[in-house]
Ligand binder design. Structure first.
Ligand code: HEC
Length: 126
């Protein structure tokens, strides 16, 4: 049987490990290879994402058709389908139907470069 001291230690360590894992995940999610957040912000305006989404920092982006993209770096899933990772987000932006065939978000033919820039901007929202 486990001693009380050991059990107490484990109980204390668990939340710390959880917090550490979350911190790593968040730090990881924010790095988008080849992505530039400033260019991403411009691309979001060019593609008109704001007509459907509320996106902090992008003027006129107050759409209510899709979910708000506020605090995006803290979001756990994309469209409730796949984990919120850089790779999945880039794929979602390039072709949402590849992840959710019946989604209402249209395929806007976002290029991979633009998708990386947009992802970099979205992950800057915390
Ligand atoms: C015509 C409206 C429309 C446009 C334009 C649009 N979206 Fe969406 N978007 C949606 C809808 C609706 C959803 C919800 C999809 C679902 O859950 O199936 C969505 C989902 C998303 C999600 C996942 C949200 C979440 O909470 O999981 C992201 C990220 C996203 N859109 C980003 C963008 C970006 C960036 C653009 C511009 C390149 C864009 N969208 C353009 C309608 C739109």
């Amino acid at each position: 049987m486990m001693s009380l001291a050991r059990r107490t230690l484990l109980l204390l360590a668990a939340p710390l490990l959880g917090a550490l894992a979350l911190a790593c995940q968040k730090a990881q999610a924010r790095q988008v290879a080849g992505g530039n957040p400033e260019r991403g912000k411009t691309a979001i305006a060019t593609y008109g994402c704001g007509s459907c989404h509320t996106i902090p920092g992008v003027s006129g982006a107050h759409g209510k058709v899709g979910p708000p993209l506020t605090d995006w770096s803290q979001r756990v899933y994309i469209a409730g389908e796949v984990p919120n990772s850089t790779d999945y987000l880039v794929r979602w932006l390039e072709m949402p139907q590849a992840i959710e065939p019946n989604t209402a978000m249209p395929n806007l033919r976002v290029t991979e470069g633009d998708a990386r820039d947009i992802a970099a901007y979205l992950y800057s929202l915390r």
